[in-house]
Design a protein around this ligand. Structure first.
Ligand code: SF4
Ligand code: SF4
Length: 465
């Protein structure tokens, strides 16, 4: 269904596009959504929740923060749910709305369209002026405009690369690194500057070529979409025969062959040739054509969001087996993600019996024999704040008082750190008379920021029969 039109010349060298600016309903919506998404990207690392950035991917410490929730390396299974939710959600969105991701949310198209092309237009002028400037030999005007444009591109690239790294280091650490000499953090300096260069060349020079030549998602379209998926499409039935076409029929379609839809296309394709792999669903051609339809007093929507079946005049069926399966699997992955996140405890507790002796017999008198069991209690603070951990010192089994000795407790554990403690549990042998073990519920309490929580760990007390 999705055709490919070869857009690279034989020598593979990049063709420059100078898309005309489109104006209209979709342009306004895209401007709004682009600024919201760019602002979120820039602001997020600066928002602190529980003392940590809203999103932090601290790889050296294997610590991750997500809106106040803290994750550690052992939470890696969570990644499965994150990747599954995103991928399945994207499959679902693509099967229903086509390349909506490319046009409205892709981190490649948003900076190009929302920032870099705007700078280019500001410095070099509209599409005609830009093309003329590109084609003319270097003179003072061309050199000055190129210098200003690439300086602004470089400044934006620096902001974007530093913001990107703030997600990995936190903004505080990044600012102090940026203000100190490069030799203090040479590796980070090289990584950030290489990223700046990649961003600069990608968004400033390579642009939508990445979508048409490299991006694997574009190539998956034919598999993911079908004749019921919404795409940006030209209504051939209504538009043809276009003005100027050589046909015997006197009847003319609504297309006046003004080529405005081609002029605004950032990938340089003609949507009238049908659905093409290079179309990134940016909607510019919809706005451009609607403008022409208003001038020619024809109904808008010669180019519109439509399914292939819709173009044929048939009913578009969005909810069918394939989309229902994608949606069902997406919902299941999201539920799995929520269950995983909200069933995580702030304190990871492991109680293991000490290796050397399973028990010790402590005789206090002929009638009263006490048994002691030795355990190691491993505690890991998985929360974002330090916590004080203790165990309840006495307990009861079958109305018999038992004593818990934990000389290293209470213990204060900083966020993300683990501490190992030894505990001895003394209990009368009488409780083991009929069996050599007894279940006991060890109560562990945590205190952090005046919030007290209780955890119960069931352990088995053993002794001689
Ligand atoms: S903008 Fe509309 S009228 Fe003009 S060429 Fe494209 S489809 Fe035809
Ligand atoms: S064909 Fe239209 S929607 Fe597709 S990339 Fe070109 S201008 Fe954007």
């Amino acid at each position: 269904m999705v055709e490919s039109t070869q857009k690279l010349p034989e020598d593979g060298f990049r063709i420059n596009q100078f898309p005309m600016a489109a104006h209209g309903f979709f342009r306004k919506q895209r401007d709004l959504s682009q600024w919201v998404l760019i602002s979120i990207f820039i602001i997020l690392p600066w928002i602190k929740i529980n003392g940590l950035p809203a999103i932090l991917i601290n790889l050296p410490d294997r610590r991750f923060a997500f809106f106040g929730l803290n994750f550690w390396s052992h939470d890696a299974p969570l990644l499965f749910f994150v990747i599954a939710s995103f991928s399945l959600g994207l499959l679902f969105a693509t099967s229903v709305w086509g390349r909506v991701w490319c046009g409205w949310a892709c981190p490649q198209t948003i900076p190009i369209d929302g920032i870099f092309r705007k700078i280019e237009t500001l410095v070099e002028g509209n599409h005609i002026a830009r093309k003329k400037l590109h084609e003319k030999p270097f003179d003072n005007e061309k050199i000055v405009k190129a210098a200003v444009k690439w300086f602004l591109f470089f400044t934006v690239s620096l902001i974007l690369s530093h913001t990107f790294f703030a997600y990995f280091t936190g903004p505080g650490a990044l600012v102090s690194m940026a203000l100190s000499p490069p030799s203090n953090a040479l590796t980070t300096f090289l990584i950030v500057n290489t990223t700046t260069l990649i961003i600069l060349l990608n968004f400033g020079w390579f642009k939508e070529r990445l979508c048409t030549v490299i991006c694997p998602y574009g190539r998956l379209q034919s598999v993911l979409m079908d004749e019921d998926s919404l795409v940006v499409a030209y209504d051939e039935k209504r538009g043809e025969p276009r003005k100027g076409s050589k046909t015997r029929s006197k009847k003319r379609g609504d297309c006046i062959d003004c080529l405005k839809c081609v002029a605004v296309c950032p990938t340089g394709i003609d949507i009238r040739h049908g659905i093409q792999m290079e179309c990134i669903a940016c909607t510019s051609c919809i706005d451009a054509c609607n403008e022409i339809m208003r001038i020619t007093k024809k109904p808008e929507g010669l180019i519109r969001y439509e399914s292939e079946n819709g173009l044929k005049g048939e009913k578009t069926v969005f909810w069918k087996m394939k989309t229902n399966i994608y949606l069902g699997l997406t919902i299941l992955s999201v539920i799995g993600l929520f269950l995983f996140v909200f069933n995580r405890s702030g304190l990871d507790i492991t109680v293991l019996r000490a290796h050397e002796t399973p028990y010790q017999v402590l005789k206090t008198s002929k009638e009263r024999v006490l048994i002691a069991n030795h355990f190691t209690l491993s505690l890991k603070n998985q929360s974002a704040v330090k916590m004080e951990v203790d165990v309840m010192r006495t307990g009861k089994i079958e109305n018999t008082k038992i004593e818990i000795i934990a000389s290293t407790l209470p213990v204060v554990i900083p966020p993300g750190e683990a501490k190992k403690n030894h505990i001895f549990i003394k209990f009368p042998k009488s409780i083991l008379e009929k069996k050599s073990h007894h279940k006991f519920r060890l109560q562990i309490t945590t205190k952090s920021k005046d919030i007290t929580q209780k955890y119960i760990k069931e352990i088995s007390l053993v002794g001689p029969i």
